[in-house]
Design a binder for this molecule. Structure first.
Ligand code: PLP
Length: 375
């Protein structure tokens, strides 16, 4: 199936919209009945992915004017976050009927007219370990707990729906995440702010495929009466729905290390460079070889996969074992659907963008593409 989607110019991103929909469904299935799932589109804003996610979710979470514009026509409720919202963006969000997650008292004063708002709070006590911590520590996000009374007072001219407590990204510890959700609900119930308790995203995906977020652990979150839980997954929905494919242009040994050099690289898929890890891949053998000379080939060795940038940091994978690899073969990187293309420096060196394509959901064998995951 994925081979068919790859029949065309490479590099390419292939997205499986069934995975997008399935991940949202899987999250909904384990969370308390009535939980609202908002797709955080910054993880992947490709129009097809966004459309599929918006149709499966209850809302889309946006964090810029560009995202607001992209999501506005989809007919789903919008949630606006972000610590630096210009006046014009606040105006457009009010006009679009978005719920605005208010990040400061000054921002609250700047919201025109009457808006639906949630107070984004940076809580005093850390509730969750993990990377990219945004709560319980000094960050640019949210209001201090001490500012809540003033915010409620200023918010009287608005429709205050509750609190927003997004705190972390890529947490792989599902038991800790369940505890975090329970803690958010108990904290909000204790303060009488509600009914909405938006606990944000942060449901993790191990991009190397070794660990999985154990969704079942979320089943033991109980919803206190009168509260509505909202979650905003981005990575969890999009990461396993994407594959990045690149052709090996050259294969050579340098100072004792084998390099597979691909057309493509970290200007398309940025995570390995920014997080400093090696992204595993599978090899799609390509039999065609257009040249009259012997094909560069390695067997049972380790290769480092470098991209086409003139830059030694343009590396997608390091010292990965390969049974056999030849120039002209295609490398397929699974779990590249979130924060890959979105955060890459696309225009560096004026290199070509990848092609984008989707599987159509009509897979005859019902199997995921190579290296994929399915809930
Ligand atoms: C980025 C972000 C999310 C999504 O985070 P993931 O780690 O991708 O789930 C959700 N809510 C807010 C406010 C965000 O900034």
């Amino acid at each position: 199936m994925i081979e068919a989607a790859l029949a065309g110019p490479l590099p390419a991103y292939v997205y499986d919209l069934d995975v997008v929909r399935g991940r949202i469904r899987a999250l909904r299935d384990v969370l308390p009945a009535g939980t609202l799932v908002a797709y955080a589109m910054k993880a992947n804003g490709h129009p097809d992915v966004l459309r599929a996610a918006a149709a499966a979710a209850d809302a889309v979470e946006v964090a810029s004017a560009g995202e607001l514009d992209a999501a506005a026509g989809l007919g789903v409720p919008l949630i606006l976050s972000g610590p630096a919202k210009p006046d014009a963006l606040l105006r457009r969000a009010v006009d679009a009927g978005a719920v605005i997650n208010v990040e400061s008292l000054h921002e609250l004063r700047r919201i025109p007219g009457r808006a639906r708002i949630c107070l984004r709070v940076n809580r005093t006590h850390p509730a969750l370990p993990g990377t990219h911590r945004m709560s319980g520590t000094a960050t640019q996000f949210g209001l201090a707990e001490d500012d809540i009374p003033a915010a409620l007072e200023l918010g009287r001219r608005h429709d205050v729906q509750g609190v927003h407590l997004h705190a972390v990204s890529n947490n792989l510890d599902a038991a800790a995440h369940a505890a975090f959700l329970r803690d958010c609900l108990a904290w909000a119930a204790g303060r009488g702010i509600g009914p909405v308790v938006n606990a944000g995203g942060g449901f993790g995906v191990d991009v190397t495929g070794r660990e999985t977020f154990d969704l079942d652990r979320l089943r033991d979150v109980d919803l206190p009466a009168g509260l509505t839980l909202v979650v905003e997954p981005g990575r969890f929905v999009a990461a396993p729905a994407g594959w990045y494919a690149a052709e090996v242009i050259d294969l050579k040994s340098s100072h004792g290390t084998w390099f597979a050099v691909v057309k493509g690289g970290t200007h398309h898929f940025r995570l390995p460079a920014s997080w400093g890890y090696s992204h595993p891949f599978t090899i799609l053998p390509v039999e065609a070889w257009p040249y009259p000379w012997p094909r560069p080939e390695v067997r049972d060795t380790r290769v480092t996969v470098a991209g086409e940038q003139c830059n030694p940091r343009d590396v997608l994978a390091r010292d990965e074992p390969v049974p056999r690899l030849r120039a002209g073969d295609v490398l397929l990187f699974a779990r590249t659907g979130a924060y890959g293309w979105e955060v890459a420096h696309h225009d560096f060196l004026r290199l070509d963008p990848p092609r984008f394509t989707t599987l159509d959901g009509q897979r005859p064998d019902g199997q995921p593409p190579a290296g994929g995951t399915r809930p």
